[in-house]
Write a protein that binds this ligand. Structure first.
Ligand code: PEP
Length: 245
């Protein structure tokens, strides 16, 4: 049985007043049949973890450094996320690959740091619009997956998120056939490494209104959600759709 996960990514949004959304989400899903995770700005992780204690909502970070400690001003170590109460961390989000020039080698190193600290690493990969239009989507994803997924990854410590860059925050989504093609392809690549049971999330403009058809795709094991994870009202229907799939 593969993990089924509804993961939210608040990005650089939210202050302490926003934590009531987590409580509303927890109240709406006291015993979900899928995993529910919210990846928060680092400033909120400890408070959120305390407030989510006893609920079914897990808390995650959005990035970690590859090193365990040291002179890296502004960065955060995987062990610090664990200390604050996180159980997972996103690595290699396209916004970090673009804004911070992160390569797949950086992402793999961060994933190793996360896994070593006991976190689930949610490794993001995805093609740009130019790459899709050029017909290179699958080879781009092959390169990113091969470069970002470290040896030692397994279904317990790793999740893959397929996030087409052009679908993030744009309201655009690939067709269901395109999602199916990519997820099948990634499953085959994982299977070739003996890792077929690693969960593969889809991410990019998932909403309550399109979640059910995306979750009906066989190799989609859940979603990584940005904008629609910021409120319980928007995220709860996505959790419900995953439970029903
Ligand atoms: C994301 O941030 O990973 C994401 C998929 O964003 P959105 O759902 O807003 O497209």
């Amino acid at each position: 049985m593969r993990k089924r996960l509804a993961a939210g990514n608040w990005k650089m949004n939210g202050t302490s007043g926003s934590l009531s959304e987590l409580e509303a989400l927890a109240a709406a899903h006291p015993a979900p049949s899928v995993e529910v995770l919210i990846c928060l700005p680092a400033t909120l992780i400890e408070r959120a973890s305390r407030r989510a204690e006893g609920s079914a909502i897990a808390i995650g970070g959005q990035d970690c450094h590859a090193a365990a400690s040291g002179a890296h001003t502004g960065d955060i170590a995987a062990t610090m996320l664990v200390d604050a109460g996180a159980s997972a961390v996103i690595v290699g989000h396209s916004e970090r690959r673009t804004d911070h020039a992160e390569t797949s080698a950086h992402v793999a190193a961060k994933a190793i740091a996360a896994q070593s600290a006991g976190l689930t690493a949610i490794i993001c990969i995805g093609e740009t619009l130019q790459e899709r239009e050029a017909g290179t989507t699958l080879s781009v994803l092959d390169d990113q997956l091969a470069g970002s997924l470290p040896d030692g990854a397994d279904a317990g410590n790793t999740v893959i998120a397929y996030e087409p860059v052009w679908a993030i925050g744009t309201g655009l989504t690939p067709t269901i056939d395109q999602i199916d093609e990519v997820h099948r392809h990634l499953r085959a690549r994982l299977a070739a490494r003996g890792l077929a049971d690693i969960a593969i999330l889809y991410g990019g403009s998932v909403k309550g209104s399109n979640a059910a058809e995306i979750f009906a795709v066989e190799d989609v094991d859940g979603a990584l959600v940005g904008g629609a994870s910021l409120t319980a009202a928007d995220f709860s229907p996505i959790v419900t759709a995953l439970e029903a799939s």
